[in-house]
Design a protein around this ligand. Sequence first.
Ligand SMILES: Nc1ncnc2c1ncn2[C@@H]1O[C@H](COP(=O)(O)OP(=O)(O)O)[C@@H](O)[C@H]1O
Ligand SMILES: O=P(O)(O)OC[C@H](O)CO
Length: 496
Amino acid sequence: MKKYIISLDQGTTSSRVLLVNKSGNIEAVAQQEFTQIYPREKWVEHDPVEIWNCQIDVFKQALGRNNIDASDIEAIGITNQRETTVVWDINTGKPVYNAIVWQCRRTVDICESIREKGLADKIKAKTGLPLDAYFSATKIMWILENVEGAREKAEKGDLLFGTIDTWLLWNLTGGKIHKTDFTNASRTMIFNIHELKWDEELLQEFNIPVSMLPQVEDSSFLYGHTDKELFGVEIPITGIAGDQQSALFGQMCLNKGDVKNTYGTGCFMLMNTGEKPVASENGLLTTIAIARNGVIHYALEGSVFMAGAVIQWLRDDLRIISDAMETETMALSVKDSHGVYLVSAFQGIGTPYWDMDARAGILGLTRGAKKEHIVRAALESIAYRSKDVLDVMVSDSGIDITSLKVDGGASRNNFLLQFQSDITGVDVIRPQLVETTAMGAAFLAGLATGFWKDVDELASVWSEDRIFSSTMDTGTRETLYKGWKKAISRVINWDN
Ligand SMILES: Nc1ncnc2c1ncn2[C@@H]1O[C@H](COP(=O)(O)OP(=O)(O)O)[C@@H](O)[C@H]1O
Ligand SMILES: O=P(O)(O)OC[C@H](O)CO
């Protein structure tokens, strides 16, 4: 019996590898950061070759440091930063341009010209996504229009497109397999989430040749085997999911109404809405949660751009803390925020306000305000923004949320989670393993091979660390949240 599942977690700033055993314990972790490329204001790129090398290096490190033989690996699961776009030449395997990262705003003008053609509603109806530069479609268009010779090659069928999962899969299989899974496809803005295929009409509108696109498969599926050259043995690759969907699965949010919130640089909240897609009236995305055994589950997704990043700002720019860990003690050293609110609209504000002209502010300061109050207000702002998203998720889905599973770096902060519960009135559940993103891909890979028999077996792997329940009375909750809404109203449209 093979001993391990390997999870490759290719994130926006680093590549990680986790080695998971049958009991669901993590036996080894390796991680490496890679270069962020900012060629111009608001442009963000990664070098796909560096990403590949970095991912394979950490893979080999994880095996080498722990004396693991590749023949002991049952299967590989891949989870990845989503939307980030790579286009490469089928003949050379070389990218024709850097990867255009999900954060990159270079295609805002392309989006505007698509909007002028009156296509926004159609795009939302077909793909579940608002027309935005965030998603892959306009990034592919940009490469085809701006990289010399790319359009001609693409028309001849010589170029391939992939999100990062597809790029890693292609390289792991020695250039043999060009596939993706439904969760990643649902982030491209060219995938019809109802018909479950690339949308011919949108492809025509965007002038993207269908020959570039990967075949779409279930998230738990035998995609192919690693090239023997890499590890001396051929290891099956049997799981793929975008990182937020992988975290949803890793949190065992398998049923309609289950919700998770990941507190990282930003916050991503996803609710499993079951086998039917739910359209949002309030700026949430409708996306594919997971595809297993031929069954699709959909999700509603809301995101907050600045969450843990606010804490980094306090540390690196305001310099009122030296470590993120300090914020918990500082916040607890004062009895409240002393009326201070911090709205972290540094780059505009998303769900449900969607105002790119909003700017950040620290409001309600009096002469008695201390840095502890500002730190507390910063942590509270993460919880207030998550409540903003949670409230519209309830109204759009018609499903009452009674508990919220949490993960991500900032979910280590007990003050934050207690305040999250207080301000929402919802139980906040932190699992023992906060590596849920990587675990989700490991679970998907292990389920496909029978390493784990079924999800019931996995349910015993997931265990709770702590539940935070509200101790705040309704009156206080309402007063505080009213103050938050007032603070929001002051920063809206600031830069206009
Ligand atoms: N104890 C803490 N309290 C508050 N924020 C924290 C704490 N520890 C880490 N963070 C924040 O969490 C983020 C890192 O979380 P992580 O899940 O690694 O993010 P990402 O995957 O987006 O890089 C950072 O922005 C950091 O400021
Ligand atoms: O790599 P992360 O954790 O910042 O996640 C990025 C998201 O997938 C973008 O949609």
